[in-house]
Design a protein around this ligand. Structure first.
Ligand SMILES: NC(=O)C1=CN([C@@H]2O[C@H](COP(=O)(O)OP(=O)(O)OC[C@H]3O[C@@H](n4cnc5c(N)ncnc54)[C@H](O)[C@@H]3O)[C@@H](O)[C@H]2O)C=CC1
Ligand SMILES: Nc1nc(O)c(N)c(N[C@@H]2O[C@H](COP(=O)(O)O)[C@@H](O)[C@H]2O)n1
Length: 231
């Protein structure tokens, strides 16, 4: 499995305001680049915090890209994946419509009736065993490494992770990230409680090391592209 993380941040490293409302940091050129990254992926993954904050759709904007995928024998849109400890995704979330397959990776702590309600709403609920990491203060966090294995079993070879900060941190912690693309928009958001590119507990040692492989000016910001080193 090849895992590509993409997110847009302010110059001070924030993904959104302290109110955790959706904020457009990217401009049209960067959203077009994001659409290309989505089009190359088999699935696009977000955390349930992002679903609750943004109610995202996570499909392709450009019809030509959908047509090209279909021509290549792939689904028109990549699958959508939500990392959702206890099944908090609303049953009327946009991500559960029929535009693409949507996998909800939940922990065994998710009540059976919740699983059934989400299944009835159109989700493919995948219970990921293991991963109760008491040290991070959220005992029912989904084990991302096991979740990624479950996605690989369903034919997903290339995964795009869009956020938010909690899930991106967990991906780095699990050591599953191959590429990081960070769009830095020319703005300051501030706020000690605003989400950043990598939140979670934070590293105190064994920091993931990145190789800067490209920079590109888009809109009034810059895309920083990294490959993730072996540590
Ligand atoms: N600017 C950008 O590119 C993006 C911005 N955002 C913003 O980020 C904010 C949401 O981010 P966050 O609050 O960090 O939420 P998040 O989207 O990272 O979801 C975190 C939640 O996922 C669940 N979870 C289950 N297993 C987990 C695991 N192994 N690791 C981490 N979480 C796990 C937990 O309930 C946790 O609270 C919103 O304000 C949204 O607008 C989100 C995506 C992209
Ligand atoms: N690349 C990027 N730039 C921004 O400025 C953003 N706010 C985001 N947000 C991400 O895109 C999702 C919305 O997707 P849809 O338009 O609904 O398909 C949002 O949930 C974040 O993951 N990304």
């Amino acid at each position: 499995m090849h895992v590509v993380v993409n997110a847009a941040q302010s110059v001070d490293g924030k993904l959104a305001t302290r109110r955790r409302e959706q904020l457009r940091i990217s401009g049209p050129e960067d959203f077009d680049r994001v659409d290309r990254v989505r089009a190359a992926a088999d699935a696009v993954l977000v955390g349930v915090g992002t679903v609750l904050a943004d109610d995202p759709h996570l499909t392709l904007d450009e019809e030509d890209r959908r047509v090209e995928r279909l021509r290549n024998g792939r689904p028109g849109n990549p699958a959508r994946v939500v990392v959702d400890s206890t099944g908090r995704t609303p049953t009327d979330a946009r991500i559960l419509d029929d535009a693409a397959t949507t996998y909800l990776l939940v922990s065994p702590a998710t009540p059976q009736e919740r699983r059934e309600a989400l299944d009835a709403a159109g989700a493919e609920v995948v219970v990921v065993e293991g991963g109760a990491d008491e040290s991070d203060g959220e005992a029912d966090h989904v084990d991302l490494a096991a979740g990624i294995d479950a996605l690989a079993e369903r034919g997903i070879d290339r995964l795009m992770v869009e956020g938010g900060g909690e899930v991106i941190y967990s991906c780095f912690e699990a050591g599953v990230v191959d590429e990081l693309h960070a769009y830095v928009g020319s703005m300051v958001i501030g706020g000690r409680d605003a989400p950043t590119l990598a939140d979670g507990e934070g590293f105190t040692e064994s920091f993931p090391r990145l190789d800067l492989v490209d920079t590109e000016r888009l809109d009034d910001g810059i895309v920083l592209s990294y490959e993730v080193g072996d540590g």
